[in-house]
Design a protein around this ligand. Structure first.
Ligand code: ZN
Length: 105
């Protein structure tokens, strides 16, 4: 792992990071890095992060009561392991909700 010049936005994080122990700036940086590394494809469903998730994901019904109201404010989420706190990859907001509601991830 080498650090590039410490110019704004040019430095890189060593992934994964501990999501629980990171502030929003670090989470944002990590999310952006994952997006680039994944070629802007969702880690979960494989569809473009600029488009809707896969049909299979879209078919699933989300119980919005399980999530905080701000859950769907951002279209791209940083998925993390709820047991270890470590980040996994960038996913659609809906994919993140499906992973939690259906798979407990
Ligand atoms: Zn997705």
């Amino acid at each position: 792992m080498t650090f590039s010049k410490p110019l704004k936005g040019s430095w890189k994080l060593k992934l994964p990071i501990n999501y629980e122990k990171s502030d929003w700036r670090k989470r944002k940086q990590a999310r952006e890095q994952y997006c680039k590394e994944q070629g802007w494809l969702c880690y979960h469903c494989g569809e473009s992060l600029f488009d809707d998730p896969s049909k299979e994901v879209m078919k699933k019904v989300i119980n919005v009561k399980l999530f905080p109201p701000s859950m769907f404010d951002h279209p791209i989420h940083l998925h993390h392991n709820h047991r270890t706190g470590m980040t996994i990859g960038a996913v659609h907001a809906k994919c993140n909700a499906v992973l939690w509601q259906y798979y407990g991830k």
